[in-house]
Design a protein around this ligand. Sequence first.
Ligand code: FPP
Ligand code: MG
Length: 490
Amino acid sequence: MSRWSVAGARVTRQSTLNASSSSSVSRCAITRTSIKCYSVAAAQKQSTKSHSLPSQSRVSTVIPPPTQTLQPSGSPRPDPYKFLSPQLAHLRETLLNLLGSSHPSLTEIARYYFLHPSKQLRPLLVLLFSQATNGLGRGWQEKLWAAECEGAGGRAEELDRPLTRSDVLNDWNPSMPDYTSSFSSTFSMRPPRPPYVPPIPPPSETRLEPALTSTPMILPTQLRLAQIVEMIHVASLLHDDVIDKSPLRRGAPSAPAAFGNKLTVLAGDFLLGRTSAALSRLGESEVVELIASVIANLVEGEILQLKTVHGADLGMTGVTKPTVAGDLLNIYIQKSYLKTASLIAKGARAAVVLGGCKEGEVWKEVAYAYGRNLGIAFQLVDDILDYEAGENTLGKPGGADLHLGLATGPALYAWEEHPEMGPLIERKFKHDGDVELARDLVRRSAGVERTRNLALAYAGKAREVLSALPDSDAKSALEGLTERVVKRTS
Ligand code: FPP
Ligand code: MG
C-alpha cells in the first residue's frame, strides 16, 4: 500500500494540476447522430461546432462524464451500473458492428452471446478506472489531444475506420494484383497529424487545486478497450462451453448446443481476430502486450484446471497428486487469477495506460491491484453460487462444477473438516452418488462460509487499494462495485 501511496501522492498533485490548468481542455457531447465538441475556451465564446456522424454506430466518441456530483461522505454511493448506464448501452449496441463478416452464419454465432444481456462487469471496470484516473497521468494532455484531432486523422477517426477492408483484409479476391497499392494509398490519404505541443504549466504558486466535481471524460480508445475486453471474455466463454459441454448460457441454449462445437470454436477464434485488429488501432503497444498476455493467461488457467481434473487421463506432463487441501487451494487461487482476475486486472490497467499514465506513476499499479483482488473475489463468489443458486438465477445449470469434476473453494475447505472428501476429489466425483455426497459434506461444513470470508478478504484488499485514488464519483462507484461483487446472488 505505502509503496504506491507515497509516490502516488506526489504524482497526483503535479499531473492533475497540469491537466486542469490547460486552456485547451475540451468537452464533447454525443447525440444519436452527431458529436459536438467544444473547448473550454471556445465555450466561453459561445461557439460550439457540430460534426455529422457518418453512421449511427460510431463508438469512438468522447462520451461526457455523468453529470452526477461527488457524494458527500456518508451518503449512498452511486450505483456503479446506473452511473455509466448510457455508456454501457452505447457500447453494447455498437459492439455488434465490429462482428460483421462476409459469412452471415459466422456473424450470427459471433454475435449470439452479445444478444443475451451480461453483467458487463469487465467493460464497466474499464470505464470506471478511465474516469477515476483520467487527468492524473503525465501523458493525459497528449492523449486528449490525440482524441480530439479528428479532422487531422486523430485516434477517434482511426478507431472508426472499418476493421475489415474489402480490398485487403476481408476477401479472397482473385483479381487483386500480387502487389497492391491499397495499403499505402489508405495510409497516405490521411493528412499528417500536427505535432503535439505540451501545454506550459503556470508557475506553481498560481496553480489551483481542481474542483472535485470536474470529472474528466472517457476517451474513445478507452471505450473501445471496454468492448475489446468484453469480446475476449465472450470468446473465452464460447470455447469454455465447448470444453465444459455446457447446455445453457445466460438462460438460453449455449452456442455449442445451438450451433455445434466446430462453429462455436471458430466463432471464438473470429472474435479474437477482430479483437486483435481493434487492439492495434488503439496505438499503444503496452496495451497490446497487456491484452495479449490476458489471452495467454486465459488459456493457461484453463490448462491448469484441465491438468488438475483430467491431467493424468490426458497424459499431460507435470501432473502431481495433491495430498492436502492447502495444495489444491493454492492452485485454485492461481487458476482463479488466470481464468478470471487477469482480464479484469489487466483491462483496468490498460485503461489507465490509455489515459496517459506513464512508467513510474502509481495509477497503473492501483488499477491492476484492484482488478486482481476484485477478480479473485468475483470468482470465489461465483463458485459459492454454484452450490447455492439454481438454474433460474444463474442462467446456467447450478452444481455444474462437481459434475465437471471440479473441487472449488467450498469443497476444498470441506475436505479439511471431512477427510471423506479426499477420495471423492481424487476420483473427480465420478462414482454414482459422489456429487450428492460431496454437496452434503459441503453443507455440513463451514466450506461456503470460509470461501465467502476469503472473498470478503480479497474484496477488502481491493477496496483498500482504492484509497490511493483522489476522491471522485467514479471512485465511489468502484467502492460500490466492490460491495456488489461480494453481495451478488446471481
Ligand atoms: C468460464 O469458466 C471460462 C473462463 C473464465 C475462461 C475460459 C478460457 C478458455 C476456454 C481458454 C480459451 C480462451 C480464449 C480467449 C479463446 P467456468 O467454466 O468456471 O464458468 P461458467 O460456469 O460460466 O462456464
Ligand atoms: Mg464453463
